[in-house]
Design a protein around this ligand. Structure first.
Ligand SMILES: [Zn+2]
Length: 187
């Protein structure tokens, strides 16, 4: 691998959700046609890296392809999943709390991984909220309570008391409480 290839590989690794739709332009000459010379699926199965060679200039580059992930809003409209929106929603619950932007970005990344791990191409906004709760609780319990009170529509002090009791009863939540059934059954 040459220096430029290593650099491109790192760029691709830093932006694993970059989506390429339609023809992939060569980053060197903008030519549209390239040949796939190597293809590998990420360990978590959610993205595929392809080494390509430009048909025009012959230079090599890497693309990372991920499946599109859509969120169905309460209105019924769909929009692309956005880590920024997840982070923005959680940031409101974190006001005045010792939570950094880096931590919010990491949380949004974890939420996306959780949702992608289910294999669904579309999720409703409720499920996004649910996927936020686990990592947020590990990050900051006060922010978690605020977020949960809105997301689960707490209507009374009793709701808060029940949630706080649950927090005390289970101080270390499972890292992935909503793992779908594997579907494997003895026959
Ligand atoms: Zn080219």
């Amino acid at each position: 691998m040459t220096q430029i290839h290593k650099m491109l590989w790192r760029v691709a690794a830093k932006h694993p959700t970059s989506c390429y739709s339609g023809p992939v332009h060569c980053p060197f000459c903008r030519h549209e046609e390239s040949r796939v010379i190597d293809s590998r699926t990420a360990e978590d199965g959610t993205s595929t890296r392809r080494r390509r060679q430009c048909q025009e200039c012959g230079k090599r580059f890497t693309t990372v392809e991920t499946a599109a992930l859509s969120v169905i809003k309460r209105s019924g409209a769909t929009e692309p999943f956005s880590r920024d929106k997840v982070a923005a929603g959680v940031r409101r619950a974190c006001q005045g709390r010792p939570v950094s932007d880096d931590q919010l970005a990491l949380l949004a990344h974890q939420v996306e991984e959780r949702i992608r791990a289910t294999g669904a191409a579309e999720v409703d906004s409720q499920e996004v909220g649910l996927a936020i709760l686990g990592p947020l609780r590990e990050l900051d319990e006060v922010a978690y309570l605020r977020f949960a009170s809105v997301y689960r529509s707490f209507g009374s002090l009793e709701d808060f008391e029940a949630e706080i009791a649950a927090l005390r009863a289970f101080p270390h939540p499972p890292s992935n409480p909503k793992t779908p059934d594997s579907g494997v059954q003895e026959s």
